[in-house]
Design a protein around this ligand. Structure first.
Ligand code: ZN
Length: 187
């Protein structure tokens, strides 16, 4: 089995400001625990920022459909379970799905940029429709990608299966006074 840093199907939350980073990670973790999004660390022996979901998790993340069977505890049988990872990167990175890589919309002309992966440089994407090159963070990624250097990943969520509520986005905004966005990722 190949292990990846990112889950198969996940919901990601990230600050809108691409270069935003928390200086004090333990304080940020503590704040996420205080609002009840995350609980304790999963494996205290390992140097990974993986956490169980907190007691207010289901108030913050609304699952669509009837009675989803969400697995919150890990077991030997079930390797797909819902937990939370914190990704803190040295510089902004675009995280996008391999399978459902939707064309982002150009901030100038609002047209979808097809084959955007071929037109991407480290920080910009060229739009053939209007011949402008814009920064990655200014494109509309239509909730299928995100550009940031801090991500909160919630594993085992399929695209649009669960939606972060305004209460969560407000609480996150309150921690560091930055606006948060979300997107879905599937490998
Ligand atoms: Zn354009």
């Amino acid at each position: 089995m190949t292990t990846s840093k990112h889950g198969k199907n996940s919901l990601y939350l990230h600050p809108k400001q691409a270069d935003f980073q928390v200086d004090d990670l333990p304080a940020f973790i503590h704040a996420l625990q205080s609002i009840g999004l995350i609980a304790q660390k999963i494996d205290t022996q390992k140097n990974t920022a993986h956490y169980f979901t907190g007691k207010k998790y289901l108030d913050y993340i609304a699952y669509m459909g009837c009675a989803p069977s969400i697995q919150f505890e890990t077991s030997e049988k079930n390797e797909n379970f819902c937990f939370i990872k914190i990704h803190r990167l040295p510089e902004p990175q675009l995280i996008h799905s391999q399978k459902q890589a939707r064309a982002p919309h150009c901030p100038h002309c609002n047209k979808p940029v097809k084959n955007w992966l071929d037109k991407k440089t480290t920080s910009g994407i060229h739009c053939d429709s209007c011949d402008n090159t814009s920064s990655i963070e200014n494109f509309n990624w239509r909730k299928m990608a995100g550009y940031a250097q801090l991500f909160i990943e919630i594993t085992d969520i399929f695209p649009k299966e669960a939606i972060p509520q305004a209460s969560l986005l407000d609480k996150l905004a309150g921690i560091n006074d930055v606006e948060w966005l979300y997107f879905y990722h599937c490998q």
